[in-house]
Design a protein around this ligand. Sequence first.
Ligand code: ADP
Length: 205
Amino acid sequence: MTRMLLMGPPGSGKGTQATRIADKLGIVPISTGDIFRHNVKSMTPLGVEAKRYIDNGDFVPDEVTNRMVADRIAQADAEHGFLLDGYPRTKGQVEALDAMLAEAGQSLSAVVELEVPDEEIVERLLKRAEIEGRADDTQEVIEHRLDLYHRETESVIQEYVERGIVARVDGTGQIDDVTERLLQAVYSVRSATGSLPVIQPGAES
Ligand code: ADP
């Protein structure tokens, strides 16, 4: 059973890696950014509320984000493990997640942080802007998101470092190599913390 967080700055490749890692481990990937974008596209009340924050590169308020994550991880497919991508990003979200897990008698197996230098991040995101046209991939908004990451989310990672469940992984280079490094990191944290996996046939290779 793996319940893990994939952390890293915007543009570090979390989304790409999250689905690959989750597939390998037989768990569901849950991306708060993706859930918000789907809601914005479908113009749900959640999407309408979230849009103004997302477009400016600001965090959606904790109260809204926490409720959304609580609903999502309570769904049946997350019962056998999940990988959270893009959550928690604030101290308030860490507390909320702790409470959700405690209530369900669960705990985190590992937190993996993808490291990519800022210069490469800006380059990658500007390139993505040309291809995908995400409204929040302009130079100004990218810099704001990166700044928020350094100001708020790095101390979130620090909190998990103190709990002894973080592994840092080099996020540069070939996508396959990064996936391999991430998997190794998850395995090593999991075994170090004693939450050994229940291996399902075919789920891990
Ligand atoms: P990135 O990591 O590249 O900034 P995401 O796709 O993960 O992009 O998130 C896009 C946007 O969705 C964020 O800039 C923010 O507005 C919102 N968002 C995603 N996750 C969270 C979160 N945990 N808390 C608050 N806002 C979030």
